[in-house]
Design a protein around this ligand. Sequence first.
Ligand code: ADP
Length: 482
Amino acid sequence: MLRQTIKERVSLNSKFFKSLNFRIMVILFLVGTIPAVILSAAFLSAYRDQSLARLGSDVTNQCQILATQIGSANYLDDPSNETLTGELMQLATLYDGRILIIDQNFQILVDTYALEEGRTMLAEEVIKCFKGESTSHYVSGRFIEMTVPVTGSGEDKTIIGVILASASTDSMNARLEDLRNFADIWLAVGSICVMALAFLLSNWLVKPLRHMNKFIGDLVEGALDGDLDIHDCTETENISNTFNSLLAKLRLMEESRQEFVSNVSHELKTPLASMKVLADSLLVQEGAPVELYQEFMQDIAEEIDRENTIISDLLTLVKTDRKVTKPNVEVTNVNEFLEQILKRLRPIAEKANIEMVFESNRSVSAEIDVTRLSLAFSNLVENAIKYNHENGWVRVSLDADHKFFYVKVSDSGMGIPEEALDYIFERFYRVDKSHSREIGGTGLGLAITRSAVVAHRGAIRVQSTVEEGTVFTVRIPLRYIT
Ligand code: ADP
């Protein structure tokens, strides 16, 4: 039980992580937060650089003023000038730093920390400064160190000393840290807002898909009622339209299935009803003569034959329908194939005194399913014989071009009324029910024929004039198109 719940939860979680909803949410979140994080980092770094530059230039300016004063007051020769010493101390305190004054002998004359006066200072920056190159650099993230030359009061402006000053960056760093904390808090608050917005937006975006899923789920469970009507955006509108076309097709199929089932039941019941009537009438007649028995039994046997024909036609139709996607094709000589069919049917034609002719100007070879097309053409020729007049004729002709072969089955029979032409390929359709029943039709022959022709990616056409005759034309590709 527990394992089941854990399993369910894991599958629910993995479903959520795989969902479009989650993906849209992640994308929106990243698009919303990454630029903010980059901007905040860039802003903080620019602010730090600018603060450092400002501090450096402030201290340098102050030192330069002092350097001028030191030069003109000969402070290097006589460092007892209290005003200048006081200014040095003030400057050092102001920037929380330290100032050293170094003379030409690299000796420290003044140290605001009063620690190293009298010592020698041979730092690289100091030497560079004596050569006329002022420096300023950031040391170990805690302070800036810079050198400013002190020039003599004479005309030649020779460098007689160097001011080595350092200014603490602690307060700047503290300000930067505050700013960073402030930015982090806003980033966190912003991220939560973006997350909530992404959640709402992603839900809104996948809502039409959820509606679609629900509608299709309801369809699966119930009847094929209603249409999918989701017009939130062009894509869902297109899917709705395509889905509705599919639905219409399904409904049509369902309708034709129901019609087929009711037709089948009706057709199968008719011979049974006749047999019942015949048997009942024999039963109620006491002492009926043997001749009557024989006559009625003859009728019953005919009805059984009819029932048999209907069932075998139905089985053929179901088989051909199921195989509609893949006929078993082989290269066949169509002339010989048609002659064979006609040979088989000639005795029936001769019985009705019907002349049967085969016309062909060329030899045609094509990729066909012999079994299925033999059934299709047999049905056409059989019909041409069945629905003909005594002493009539049936003509079968074969022709071809570079792509198709054409078989025409013409007869001099009773013809088909114009209004019936659209229906003759429907299952169980018969023009004159009583007449064709007499002739022995089931109404399935042309449906079987069309199914076989369609399976070969071919086409069938009919032209007919009542009391003059009918022409069926079948067109089949020479090469089977998969
Ligand atoms: P059936 O088993 O009744 O012959 P088919 O599907 O073969 O069924 O034909 C359907 C109906 O079309 C027939 O009942 C008949 O009325 C009509 N029909 C078919 N072929 C011909 C034809 N060559 N001449 C006149 N009517 C035809």
